[in-house]
Ligand binder design. Structure first.
Ligand code: ATP
Length: 306
């Protein structure tokens, strides 16, 4: 009986791990319990490794036929550049990320990576090229080491330590009683939002993707933490093609292009300085955020840009 128990127990562990990994991705995208029907094309191609430029080409999308979410959205993220998307809650920012990861197919237009329509790429090869730093990272009830190594389970110890350093986790880990072996997650040490985000960055760096999606947390942060996040985004995005879904405008001031979405349409685009000088939707969001930070009551009719 014991001979049977060991392999069955092992299979049980594997099954739980796979379930948890799927849950992680689904929670990242707010997709729990949704039915998806994306299949690889019969002649699906493999995306060759290397730098990757992303193009949204007149993308139209609806989760259900009665309500369109994106209208003719077009922008480029040249390889190695950072594009940030801002807009009010519900304007369609996270939907762009879900479409790039191909959780859904667009209904109009196309999304291209290095010229390939992503519907013609194998999902595995597309997703291998994309790393995600989600708003709220799911930590497994396991060691910190395991939680970082999860980005690439075959990574060696030195590689895990290198990305932990790059994500500025080293000091934090050094001060933990059990270091990398400290158990974290629901039944272990509870990490702060910022610490969890750094674990997510380390995981993403370990995967070493050509494309990075950074979904900034909506929660209010003090200005020191905000500065730290800005620096983190910049470091993680360096040399990669990055799509940053931003809620705090001060974290994306240096983006190569800022796209302002409103009701699923691009209403403004440009660099931070030019957008401020335009005095349009972006400038108004900026002013509102500054007022909020200063604790002043809101003026104007617009809501917050998250
Ligand atoms: P936030 O800043 O609040 O995260 P967002 O700009 O990222 O918002 P999205 O999550 O892209 O907005 O959602 C855009 C719209 O699509 C919203 O009106 C939302 O209710 C709707 N939506 C999102 N997911 C689904 C879904 N799975 N099925 C139907 N509608 C959805």
């Amino acid at each position: 009986l014991i001979q049977l128990y060991i392999p069955l127990n092992f299979l049980g562990v594997i099954y739980r791990e796979i379930r948890q990994a799927l849950t992680d991705i689904e929670r990242m995208f707010g997709l729990m319990h949704q039915h998806r029907e994306i299949a690889d094309a019969p002649d699906a191609q493999t995306l060759p490794p290397g730098p990757a430029g992303v193009r949204f080409e007149n993308v139209c999308f609806a989760y259900d036929a009665k309500r369109s979410i994106l209208f003719d959205v077009a922008f480029d993220i040249p390889a190695g550049r950072t594009v940030a998307v801002v807009g009010h809650s519900g304007s369609g920012k996270s939907t762009l990320a879900r479409l790039l990861y191909r959780f859904y197919d667009v209904q109009g237009g196309a999304i291209r990576v290095n010229g390939h329509d992503i519907r013609q790429l194998g999902q595995d090869s597309l997703r291998a090229a994309i790393g995600i730093v989600p708003q709220d990272t799911v930590l497994f009830n396991d060691t910190l080491f395991y939680n970082i190594q999860y980005g690439r389970p075959s990574a060696r110890r030195e590689e895990v330590e290198a990305v932990a350093r790059a994500a500025q986790l080293e000091d934090f880990i050094r001060h933990l009683p059990d270091g990398y072996e400290t158990r974290v997650g629901e039944r272990g040490l509870k990490l702060s939002g910022g610490e969890k985000q750094r674990v997510a960055i380390a995981r993403a760096l370990l995967k070493n993707p050509a494309i990075l999606i950074f979904d900034e947390a909506t929660s209010a942060l003090d200005s020191k933490t905000e500065k730290a996040i800005q620096a983190q985004i910049e470091r993680a995005a360096k040399g990669r093609t990055a799509l940053v879904i931003a809620h705090r405008l001060s974290t994306i001031m240096d983006a190569d292009e800022i796209i302002v979405l409103d009701g699923g349409c691009i209403v403004e685009r440009g660099r931070h300085g030019a957008l401020l000088a335009n005095g349009g939707a972006y400038a108004q969001m900026w002013m509102l955020q500054k007022q909020e930070e200063a604790g002043e009551p809101r003026s104007g009719a617009s809501g917050d840009p998250s």
